[in-house]
Design a protein around this ligand. Sequence first.
Ligand code: BDR
Ligand code: CA
Length: 306
Amino acid sequence: MNKKPIIIDTDPGIDDAVALAIALHDKTLDVRLITTVHGNVSLEKVTRNALKLLHFFNKDVPVAAGSDRPLLRDVIDASEVHGESGMDGYEFAAPGNILLKDEHAVNAMYKEIMESKEKITLVPIGPLTNIALLIRLYPEVVKEIKEIVLMGGSTSRGNASPAAEFNILADPEAAKIVFQSSVPIVMLGLNIGDKAKIYNEDSKKIKDLNQTGRMIHDLFQHYRGGTMETGLTMYDSTAIGYLSKPDMYQVAEAYVDVEVTGQLTMGATIVDLEHQFEQQSNAKVAVDLDDQAFKHWLINSLARCN
Ligand code: BDR
Ligand code: CA
């Protein structure tokens, strides 16, 4: 079977680390490039975290650092969820910079997309700044991208504000550009992430799997995306799960737009599931997840890591 070529745009991030672990060891996925973006912590830290993870997994995937801030707004971060380093809880070995490209993420993505024989799927699991810049700087990529499978937004309420999910609130204008780009989009929002939970007993199982499991278990002790009792939310892995096992999800076509002027609702994704705006759908939106199947998939996938 042909592996699906993907580029992961990320801000690791503890749940990003789990998503990267799974994607890098999934036999159906070919991770061609990892690009980094401001988000959970600063660009410098998330880039270093991506390199730390690749060194830990002994995987030679190139990394390109991208935008260190949103298009228009001030930077926000989520260090209260992921810790000061973005991946608090595990002492990673110093990674070196061999895999770090001397090129901006947007240019690295552009080359990878244009030079690939097969169309590439973009998997953004952080704020959408790099993807928006790619679309604006190189509009010819739009018809060359197979799909954007993103973790962000929500069909209901938010986590970074009552109305907005973090990845969208961190750069609402970028998200608006992406949703209006006409690239086929699959949206895995907070409504799905909130069903993708790992509990204490699962974390203990994960710890006993292998060295990746031990590392992730240690990170989980510091992760504040939920609690061990109410469940830790594996937001970013829902995007990888969709690529790997789409039958775990129920999706609906919808028109999605992003609030960029609201005073209280800034960064909210407006997901028109009932077609009230009478606009053409621009995304497939995940509306349900088989949570037990997801948990099995996640633990089995981590079991395949080293
Ligand atoms: C998203 O925000 C980040 O903190 C997580 O890594 C995830 O991408 C969830 O709202
Ligand atoms: Ca993330």
